[in-house]
Design a protein around this ligand. Structure first.
Ligand code: ZN
Length: 227
């Protein structure tokens, strides 16, 4: 199986951008393609941010795919702009879960990858800081990998380098990859569409900030001990 090229699912957030940096190091930038989905999320700014990041890394092949019909099929706070973000009383999942999203993304990414003869797909999901997203779990990704291989009679390999990492460890990985400042300042994770450190209020910002604080505390301590 050829594994010399990779397609990264890039949203422009911390996790997928860390994946992009890792892919560039592991495969060489010229062997990295990226794909971004526009699906009526609160901020189409996400797509602009992803395009800017792809250019920054020198990715020549970056595809943006519109799934603008998605919001008409599902009710969700990310897609329905009048619904407040949060957790509905008694709900097991936050109302920012978009049903089927990663399955759909992986399917479309796989179709695109196969057309280019690419076998490896990379997605920045993690089950460590599990926030109630069922399609971020390892068991889902493994099952999806089997299904895609059967569906297209092709050997895909879905890579999830962040699966077992906490948010703090994801910041550490970004730092090792030399992308810490870029990811801190130029990525968009905030549900309210504020680049970098974000609004500080939404669940996504709080998770990102908590991880960053943990990592920075460890880094400062490590630097102190090294002296
Ligand atoms: Zn926010």
């Amino acid at each position: 199986m050829k594994t010399d090229r990779v397609l990264v699912i890039l949203s422009g957030g911390q996790d997928s951008t860390t994946c992009l940096a890792k892919a560039c190091r592991d495969y060489g930038t010229e062997n990295v393609s990226a794909i971004t989905f526009f699906y009526g999320q609160r901020h189409s700014l996400e797509v602009e941010v992803a395009e800017r990041l792809a250019r920054h890394f020198g990715i020549a092949d970056h595809k943006v795919v519109s799934l603008d019909w998605y919001a008409s099929l599902t009710t969700n706070a990310l897609l329905n702009h009048t619904q407040p973000i949060g957790k509905d009383a008694g709900a097991s999942c936050p109302n920012t879960v978009v049903d089927g999203r990663n399955l759909l993304f992986l399917l479309i990414a796989a179709i695109h990858a196969k057309s280019k003869g690419i076998h490896d797909l990379m997605i920045g999901v993690s089950e460590t800081d599990f926030s109630g997203y069922p399609d971020c779990r390892d068991v889902f990704v493994k099952s999806c990998n089997v299904t895609l291989n059967l569906a297209m009679d092709y050997e895909f390999r879905i890579l999830t380098p962040l699966m077992d990492l906490s948010k703090a460890e994801t910041w550490e990985l970004a730092d090792e990859l030399g992308a810490f400042d870029l990811i801190r300042e130029q990525t968009l994770t905030c549900y309210n569409g504020i680049i970098g450190s974000g609004c500080g209020e939404c669940p996504s910002c709080r998770l990102r900030e908590k991880g960053l604080r943990e990592y920075l505390a460890r880094r400062t301590k490590g630097a102190g001990e090294a002296k």
